[in-house]
Design a protein around this ligand. Structure first.
Ligand SMILES: C[S@@+](CC[C@H](N)C(=O)[O-])C[C@H]1O[C@@H](n2cnc3c(N)ncnc32)[C@H](O)[C@@H]1O
Length: 358
């Protein structure tokens, strides 16, 4: 991380007030760092939903060290090792070294009264706390029955502090992600597009309800997650950015929709392999001009989509600007659904939304 980002992050952390939470609150704090790899680990040990601090191998291992000392063959250490293996699979880093560091960190925590405050966030208010950073400290607090000072940031701030998707923020984009980020259909981060629900509402129910949807260039995954909430059977997002895919999969898990909404890294311009399977509906929103190999987009639409293509134009363009799609003899009909805003600060309705039916 660059020095300016580090300073900015420290300054933002400083501005977030500190609060003490008691152990009955700590045990319910949810594990924001969940991802598909560790989800399988938690499901295998019988934990459904999003794990809380009390469910984590961090807490179980810390408690076992405190109660019995460090025993190389303890089942809790093995559990923590299995967790690390799931979490760090394929990445560099010595698992045994991480385990030793965990035990050292616990010793330090026990011997010192002060520790830096973990960062928590909330989507819906104070009762749904998620640990963005500081899983060890939260586990140690619970294991030692010690209250803990934490910082609770609204999600937009937490995301900026621990934002792995730097290319989607920054000056050029007015510090905003493209899609607004929603939790249970409530906007929690204002993006450049604030009309995602309005856009979904323009789509006829028959193209969503019970349908399998391919969300082409799914960005932060919000259209897929909300379409699934609205009744889509299954949604698959494809997106070039790995960071966005990881974030979208995490959001799907946090919404308890991981069985019906998932995201894959796929570069439409340079695919490693073709998109497999068949889908009833494609979302192809504001993607055309970003592509160098536009024919690949139409190949996906031609080969994988059975019924509907919901197409959003770029601002101030006409259907004549997309001849491969609108001139094509591959559709029975094409209907205009409505116009959408340029962006959050440019309310002109200049993006057309169309439904093409095969
Ligand atoms: C303008 S945004 C549109 C996002 C989304 N479809 C929407 O309208 O809400 C363009 C998205 O396309 C993705 N993208 C750009 N080139 C891509 C490619 N070659 N393959 C897959 N995704 C791509 C970007 O990462 C970004 O998320």
């Amino acid at each position: 991380m660059g020095i300016f980002r580090k300073l900015d992050r420290m300054q933002t952390m400083k501005e977030i007030p500190t609060r003490t939470i008691v152990t009955s609150e700590i045990e319910k704090v949810l594990f924001y760092q969940i991802k598909p790899e560790t989800l399988t680990f938690f499901r295998d040990i019988g934990i459904s939903g999003v794990p809380s601090v009390a469910d984590t191998p961090h807490y179980k291992f810390a408690r076992s060290i405190l109660e019995n000392g460090r025993q190389a063959s303890s089942s809790e250490e093995e559990l923590y090792r299995n967790y690390l293996q799931a979490s760090w699979a394929g990445k560099n880093g010595d698992i045994e070294d991480r385990i030793n560091k965990f035990a050292d960190h616990l010793n330090l925590f026990v011997s010192s009264r002060s520790t830096s405050a973990p960062l928590l966030t909330t989507f819906l208010g104070d009762n749904d706390l998620y640990a963005v950073d500081g899983n060890h400290r939260l586990a140690f607090s619970l294991a030692t029955n010690r209250n803990l000072e934490v910082k609770i940031a609204p999600f937009n701030k937490a995301l900026k502090i621990f934002n792995p998707m730097k290319e989607y923020y920054g000056q050029g984009n007015k510090g905003k992600p493209y899609q607004s980020i929603y939790f249970n259909k409530r906007m929690v981060v204002t993006g450049r597009r604030v009309d995602l629900i309005e856009r979904l509402n323009l789509i006829p129910t028959e193209a969503i309800n019970g349908m399998e949807i391919l969300d082409i260039a799914s960005n932060f995954g919000m259209s897929s997650i909300m379409a699934n909430i609205n009744g889509a059977k299954k949604c698959t997002g494809i997106e070039r950015s790995k960071e966005l895919v990881n974030f979208s999969n995490k959001m799907s898990i946090l919404h308890a929709r991981e069985k019906s909404v998932h995201f894959l890294q796929h570069d439409i311009d340079h695919p490693e392999k073709p998109i497999s399977g068949f889908y009833d509906t494609a979302f192809a929103f504001s993607i055309y001009s970003h592509l160098k190999n536009k024919k690949n987009l139409f190949e996906i639409i031609e080969k994988c989509i059975k019924k509907y293509v919901i197409f959003e134009t770029h601002p101030h363009t006409k259907i004549e600007d997309y001849p491969e799609l609108f001139d094509s003899k591959k559709f029975r009909s094409c209907d205009f659904l409505g116009n959408l805003n340029y962006s959050y600060d440019r309310p002109e309705k200049c993006r057309g939304l169309y439904i093409l039916t095969k």
